[in-house]
Design a protein around this ligand. Structure first.
Ligand SMILES: CC(C)(COP(=O)(O)OP(=O)(O)OC[C@H]1O[C@@H](n2cnc3c(N)ncnc32)[C@H](O)[C@@H]1OP(=O)(O)O)[C@@H](O)C(=O)NCCC(=O)NCCS
Length: 195
């Protein structure tokens, strides 16, 4: 059995959104949040967030404007090729951009996995946004995509991210090599397997 792959009955959504239009395809909503695909209109927000040294503390370096644009293109390619990727998290009431969250295909030590990723812009930290958005993505992954298991790959020194994973019910398993650095692999299995 190959875990961490969308179930074959999951129909990859057609890319019906013009990436230049300002409203990306909606993935899901929560009490406070709208989670949707990113479009070119989100580039100014991404450039700002990805250039912030505090937000990027556990990444190799903050991103330049060109690198932020390449980041957005990678997500848009993922939407087209995989049907999922990192999505935009926005405030349902105001429409303000708060961060990104999503499900990303990864290859970890030659094993295919689906990773829950999250990054929230600094002004909104510790207000429960990552937890709320992360929960919605796990539900999407298990209920819509019928994944068996979802992981998060977290640098050992990234305590806020580890706390977030734990608050989502993820459990730490082993240290893995990912993008040349050691990461803790956290994971959670589909509730379908709960006894
Ligand atoms: C990690 C990150 C996404 C957390 O976002 P957030 O919206 O502040 O998290 P939440 O408010 O939803 O908190 C989730 C849990 O983490 C805990 N937490 C959040 N920030 C914390 C911090 N700085 N120190 C300790 N615990 C923290 C919260 O208390 C909460 O736990 P609880 O439910 O048991 O109370 C945010 O700090 C971030 O974007 N960091 C930079 C990017 C990054 O490192 N992404 C992860 C890469 S693996």
């Amino acid at each position: 059995m190959v875990a961490d792959r969308p179930d074959e009955t999951w129909e990859k959504p057609a890319l019906h959104v013009d990436p230049e239009q300002s409203f990306g395809r909606r993935i899901t909503v929560t009490d406070r949040l709208n989670i949707r695909e990113m479009t070119d209109a989100d580039l100014p927000f991404l450039k700002q967030m990805l250039a912030n040294v505090n937000v990027m503390r556990f990444y190799p370096h903050p991103l330049s404007a060109e690198e932020a644009e390449a980041w957005l293109r990678r997500q848009q390619n993922r939407y087209a090729n995989d049907g999922h990727g990192l999505w935009l998290v926005e405030d349902r009431q105001t429409g303000a951009s708060l961060g990104q969250v999503g499900l990303v295909k990864q290859q970890v030590e030659e094993k295919p996995m689906i990773e829950l990723g999250y990054m929230i812009d600094e002004p909104f930290w510790q207000t429960g946004i990552a937890r709320e958005a992360g929960q919605a993505c796990l539900a999407y992954g298990f209920e819509q995509m019928k994944l068996d298991s979802i992981c998060s790959l977290i640098r050992p020194e990234n305590i806020p991210s580890q706390r977030t994973a734990e608050s989502l019910g993820m459990r730490r398993s082993e240290i893995v090599k990912f993008h040349t650095a050691e990461h803790w692999r956290y994971h959670i299995d589909s509730p379908r397997f709960a006894s």
